[in-house]
Design a protein around this ligand. Sequence first.
Ligand code: HEC
Length: 199
Amino acid sequence: MRFTRILRSSAAIAMLALGIGFSSAMAAGPAQFNDKGELLLPQNYREWVMVGTQVTPDELNDGKAPFTEIRTVYIDPESYAHYKKTGEFRDGTMTVKELVSVGDRKGPGSGNGYFMGDYIGLEASVKDAKRFAKEPGYWGYYIFYVPDMPLVAAAKHLPTAECAACHEKHASQDLVFTQFYPVLRAAKATGLSGVKAPH
Ligand code: HEC
């Protein structure tokens, strides 16, 4: 009897300690940081929810677009589920933007266009009210690689002016470019993750 009570109370203390440690260390969510505060390269993000893809070709930008690549944006599944329910980005939300070069311009049967080439970059953002208490919307921004830069296993938090400023000014909701993400817009209005056939 006594022994079980001791066991129970030590288990409770251990859980309490873990709980306190966990909650003060970080927001819920998939982002992992090293002891230098750098964001670790996310794993398996291609299994997350894809929210939108953009392309800004040179041809539509006087021959030289600021970004010529095709960009696909993902959000972590739990934050997507939260967004679908509440229409808000929860503390701990993480997004990943993958950059892909434009490859072929002739499609067999589908016409001329911009077809995906190779992976050439990866950026991420994390919303964390404790870690980024001083940043607009509590978002932190990171680059793992872009053309002419090697891929890193851990990325440094980038200055507000370099990333957050444009997001704060131009993005539709909470520094996220929801105006370009039909998947999020549809989920927010209806809680749907697919399309609905008319009755
Ligand atoms: C001049 C404006 C501008 C600046 C500066 C900027 N972004 Fe963005 N960002 C965009 C736009 C527009 C999108 C929408 C998707 C797209 O077109 O790529 C976006 C989308 C993103 C996304 C996807 C989630 C979201 O918030 O919509 C991430 C991640 C991201 N940017 C990271 C960065 C990082 C890292 C930096 C700094 C190195 C940065 N951005 C600087 C305009 C900007």
